[in-house]
Design a protein around this ligand. Structure first.
Ligand code: ADP
Ligand code: MG
Length: 672
């Protein structure tokens, strides 16, 4: 039987009306039903005597009914049913409200289990509206399901039980050797036990299997999607020019950089088009990695495009590539929104004629009228600023160029495999040597006078400073107070210094203009209400002051801190917060204790959840029923390994029909 095609309303006890209610819970088919898991359990076998029960605490009391039910109509709509039970020592007065069905079902001298709060006096006890089950029905552990109006947990329990009868044997999705390898019970056992555990420890066994099942399904689905998107390598290179490129560098590349470059070159020489993310902390040297890949592809006769999210960044990249390639035969050009029309036309012509090897630019590069002669590689910097769509837009140009994406947002590896499901990942987990630590301090607002003095000192020494003050809410009045703060700083505190304000409501062009003035030293202090443009290099800036630091995620703070410490001078990051809560202080102290972006990301992930990482992509990911990406990272890692093994032997999952079915189910529902 195909559980997917078996509609819920054909299960015993479910008619048209109940089916509608089940639909509300997202349960349409038998398949949905057996995967509709309880949210918790109650164990009816743990019965106590009245004496043992804590007063006021819910308990299971095993008792015999000793007097028949007396009915009392209090008013319209309120009927009380009263009767007495005995646990052998103490009489329990039970009151039932309105539940005629239950009241009529009780039989004197039969044994029941009462579940509810027990109120005790010296000689007697009472329970108000307890759950009452006949002893023979109340054996063991019972599931409690998430409910909806009109559909109680108890009804769901009954229907699930019918559903499991109907299903007979639940087909196994995994071969024996995988279950053995990861210590998993069978799927049939897991599903039956997750609903109706015969003993407590079986719940854990069942959960383990079902979490594994779900994460494996997710991972396989993502990997297959990636496989489906993979295209043949149309820009295969024959010769690796990495060593030649390294000789151009004024420094020795780190091992991490070498590994990342080797990954990329391996892709370029392989059978599949490259789709790679290079992830590395600020300052880990991603530009040099991109440079190496760009150099090799150009030397093999192709063109390369490097795209940056802002004009300033594009200009910075352009200038550093010009410097790097000044003695070799690589022709570099810059194309941005502010390139003049005549020049633009000329650049486009040269791109089409193959007279430019490397074009650096902004979004202007993905406009339709920009064409290439032999585009072999597209490289985008700071990927989180670019949508997936834009990425693929650029990839459409030319003949499926290789794609290299660089990101400075450290994401734990397991998480990255989910978020960037469609990319391979190389990680730069090492900073170039000799990088000086940025001194980080955590202070309260009463330190302001001293901080201001410190900043003035730095500026008098020829350095620059950032002051970041986050908006509490993204509204007008908040913006005004930020503006007022900037105003006050510039007229009172930093009178005589040059200060500019950057805020989220400014047009991109205006922002760029301000950043440019800061980058060229015209502006000494940059006050910003937003995260300062990522990736911009102002080596002369040595102080990063962050107001209300507790309002930022640690990863954001880390990004901000990365704006300083880029030059030869000692740099400082000052976190200001009056938030005295232990959690907040502990969080901010992490910033003091480490400069490792991955550690910080891990901590952020644990303390704040993955929202920050998933961002807008989250909606695209299938919803999980039992697994938790945060709690179950260990299992996630296992599943990633397992998924790779499975796909290696059987890329189309021909021998895994059940898994295939689960994947299409999971991804169909989420409109991935
Ligand atoms: P990011 O990863 O943040 O983009 P960059 O590529 O801008 O980092 O590199 C930061 C700085 O470190 C640059 O000034 C660059 O020249 C320098 N750098 C990169 N790699 C090395 C290295 N292996 N040794 C020394 N300096 C390096
Ligand atoms: Mg960079």
């Amino acid at each position: 039987m195909n559980f997917d095609e078996y509609s819920i309303q054909f299960i015993k006890g479910v008619g048209d009306k109940r089916a509608q209610l089940f639909h509300k819970l997202g349960v349409y088919t038998l398949q949905d039903l057996i995967h509709y898991y309880p949210r918790k359990y109650i164990d009816w076998s743990k019965t106590l005597s009245v004496k043992e029960a804590e007063p006021g605490e819910p308990a299971f009391i095993k008792a015999t009914m000793i007097t028949p039910v007396k009915e009392a109509k209090i008013r319209k709509g309120l009927t009380l049913y009263k009767c007495n039970f005995s646990d052998g020592e103490v009489v329990i007065h039970v009151t039932i409200f309105n539940n005629e069905y239950l009241a009529k079902s009780l039989r004197t001298f039969d044994d029941y289990i009462l579940y509810g709060k027990v109120d005790k006096t010296f000689t007697e006890a009472s329970m108000s509206s307890p759950q009452i089950e006949r002893v023979e029905n109340a054996q063991g552990i019972h599931p409690i399901y998430p409910t909806t109006n009109g559909l109680s947990s108890k009804i769901i329990e009954k229907v699930v039980s019918e559903g499991l009868k109907k299903a007979e044997q639940i087909p196994e999705s995994l071969p024996e050797y995988i279950m053995q390898e990861y210590g998993l019970c069978s799927l049939d056992f897991a599903i039956r036990q997750i609903h109706f555990p015969t003993k407590e420890e079986n719940i854990q066994k069942a959960r383990k299997r079902l979490i594994f099942e779900e994460l494996l399904t997710l991972q396989l689905g993502l990997m297959m999607l990636k496989g489906a998107r993979t295209v043949q390598n149309m820009q295969k290179i024959r010769t690796d020019y990495t060593d030649e490129f390294y000789s151009l560098l004024p420094f020795e590349p780190t091992d991490a950089q070498k590994r990342a470059v080797a990954d990329c070159i391996g892709d370029l020489m392989g059978d599949k088009q490259m789709n790679r993310l290079v992830q590395g902390d600020v300052g880990s040297g991603k530009t040099a990695v991109a440079g190496a890949v760009i150099y090799s592809i150009i030397k093999n006769g192709y063109q390369a495009a490097m795209m940056a999210p802002t004009e300033i960044l594009a200009v910075q990249h352009y200038e550093s590539f010009c410097r790097l390639f000044k003695d070799v035969d690589v022709r570099v050009a810059l194309l941005t929104g502010s390139t003049k029309a005549t020049e633009k036309r000329e650049i486009k012509r040269r791109l089409l004629d193959g007279e430019i090897d490397l074009i650096v630019g902004t979004h202007a590069l993905i406009q339709n009228d920009v064409e290439f002669k032999r585009l072999g590689l597209v490289c985008t910097d700071e990927q989180h600023r670019f949508g997936v769509e834009q990425r693929s837009n650029l990839a459409m140009k030319g003949n499926n160029p290789h794609l290299l994406v660089m990101s400075a947002t450290p994401i734990p590896r397991t998480m990255g495999l989910i978020i960037y499901g469609d990319l391979d990942i190389s990680i730069l987990d090492e900073l170039p040597p000799g990088r000086q630590e940025i001194r980080t301090d955590l202070v309260t607002t009463d330190y302001h006078p001293r901080i201001y003095k410190f900043i003035k000192n730095a500026i008098d020494n020829g350095n620059q400073a950032y002051i970041v003050c986050p908006l509490v809410d993204d509204n007008e009045s908040d913006l005004i107070s930020a503006k007022e703060y900037a105003e006050e700083l510039s007229t009172k505190v930093f009178d005589g210094y040059s200060l500019a304000l950057l805020h989220g409501k400014m047009k991109p062009k205006e922002k760029e203009r301000v950043m440019e003035r800061f980058a060229n030293g015209e502006v000494q202090i940059l006050v910003s209400t937003t995260v300062v443009e990522v990736g911009v290099d102002v080596p002369n800036a040595t102080v990063m002051l962050i107001e209300n630091a507790d309002r930022f995620g640690l990863s954001q703070l880390h990004q901000l801190r990365g704006r300083v410490g880029r030059g030869k001078d000692k740099s400082f990051c000052i976190l200001v917060s009056d938030n005295k809560s232990e959690a907040s202080v502990e969080r901010l102290k992490i910033m003091k204790s480490t400069s490792d972006g991955f550690k910080i990301a891990d901590y952020d992930l644990k303390s704040r959840g993955p929202g920050d990482f998933f961002g807008t992509r989250q909606h695209g990911l299938p919803k999980l029923k039992i697994a938790d990406m945060l709690e179950d990272t260990g299992t996630l890692t296992q599943c990633q390994e397992c998924a790779r093994l499975i796909l290696h032997d059987d890329p189309r999952l021909d021998s895994f029909p059940v898994l295939c079915n689960q994947i299409s189910n999971m991804f169909r529902r989420s409109n991935y």
